[in-house]
Write a protein that binds this ligand. Structure first.
Ligand code: AVI
Length: 355
């Protein structure tokens, strides 16, 4: 039977460095975080606020775009390498812990190869996840399933009944890129504390590539990413009662090579004054609100990040173009030696196909 634990904290993708300290209820913390960002000399909104119902739907639409290569490239690698991944993980028959699980379908695509005894889905969107897991549980009655409502960016508390050995943490999609590197290091170190020598972490990482490809992935001609970015202002209006007018703002995305990251901003089309109950903020024409970073790693830099987090790369699989990597990591000094696999021979083509 599917076991559930309640929501413990908030939302999936978060800029920890910038999050206001949580005082009082999660709703108070959200308001405080937004007001702190809007009052800052260089205004910002944490990317966790993207993901209301419409924002999540727009993100799903982004993953369908020709320009947004990340999702389908990762899917092609997982598909092509599932058996190698299962063998390299050594977590066959163990516990698969899916961080930001959503509907669980990405993890489920690995069930046949990994044959987990137990599947633990962690996500903030509890109702959506719970319903999806009920469906998955019917498809895979032999797997013990648990859903945990939690913000994966906060320290993870696993129920006592979750298996302690052969834990495979699964963190796909390159969401690790939405943390600044110091935060990513802390996050990875926190996961490392949950695995013993028999456990591992399987993580999707978007790699550095030419700026034009990156730019197009975050500024698509259909305007889906622009809508995703602008939608955050509707969410802000709901939470703090502000009067942002979406038509006054435009989506800006660019690759900052010095930081190896895509930055997304909202730029004022004209001088505007945004008001809320306890204050206001004037924006000059052209002034920006920073809404997201998405870091792109060279493979060696990601391996070094793992090292600083007390982990080591055990294996990695990439597509032919070396655009995306699926990395298997263990605690440093764990039983196996590191080794990086050859690029997937056939997924350059597969990466060009949708789904
Ligand atoms: C969720 N995350 C990995 C996405 C990314 O690519 O950084 C969020 C996103 N922002 C714009 N497009 C997609």
């Amino acid at each position: 039977m599917l076991r559930s634990t309640p929501v413990t904290t908030m939302l999936p993708v978060i800029d920890l460095e910038r999050a206001a300290p949580e005082v009082g209820s999660p709703a108070d913390a959200d308001r405080d975080a937004l007001l702190a960002g809007l009052r800052a000399p260089r205004a910002w909104i944490a990317p966790k606020f993207f993901y209301d119902a419409l924002g999540s739907t727009l993100f799903d639409a982004i993953t369908e775009l020709d320009e947004y290569y990340l999702t389908r490239t990762e899917r092609a690698i997982l598909r092509a390498r599932e058996r190698e991944i299962a063998a390299a993980s050594g977590c066959d028959g163990g516990t698969l812990i899916d961080l930001g699980a959503g509907n669980g379908e990405k993890a489920a695509s690995l069930f046949a190869a990994l044959r987990p005894r137990e599947y633990v889905a962690v996500d903030i969107s509890v109702d959506y996840m719970h319903h999806s897991l009920e469906v998955l549980q019917r498809r895979f009655p032999g797997i013990v399933m648990t859903d945990i409502g939690a913000d994966i960016a906060r320290p993870l508390v696993l129920p006592a009944h979750i298996g302690r050995t052969r834990r495979l943490f699964f963190y796909p999609g390159s969401s690790i890129g939405n943390f600044v590197p110091d935060q990513a290091q802390r996050f990875l170190a926190g996961l490392g504390a949950h695995v013993d020598d028999t456990g591992a972490l399987l993580i999707g990482v978007d790699l550095v590539k030419d700026a034009a490809t990156l730019q197009a992935a975050y500024d698509d001609p259909l305007g889906v990413t622009a809508a995703f970015n602008l939608n955050v202002l509707r969410r802000v209006n709901r939470i703090i009662g502000s009067d942002f007018v979406l038509a006054d703002w435009r989506h800006v995305a660019f690759f900052d090579a010095a930081h190896s990251r895509i930055e997304m901003h909202l730029e004022a089309r004209r001088a505007v004054c945004v008001r809320w109950a306890s204050g206001e903020r004037r924006f000059a024409a052209g002034e920006r609100i920073h809404t997201e970073n998405s870091y792109k790693y060279p493979l060696e830099a990601f391996a070094a990040l793992l090292g600083r987090a007390g982990l080591e790369q055990h294996a990695c699989w990439t597509d032919e173009r070396q655009w995306f990597a699926v990395v298997l990591a263990r605690r440093s000094g764990a039983r196996r030696r590191s080794d990086c696999g050859e690029p997937t021979p056939d997924d350059g083509g597969a990466a060009d196909q949708k789904r």
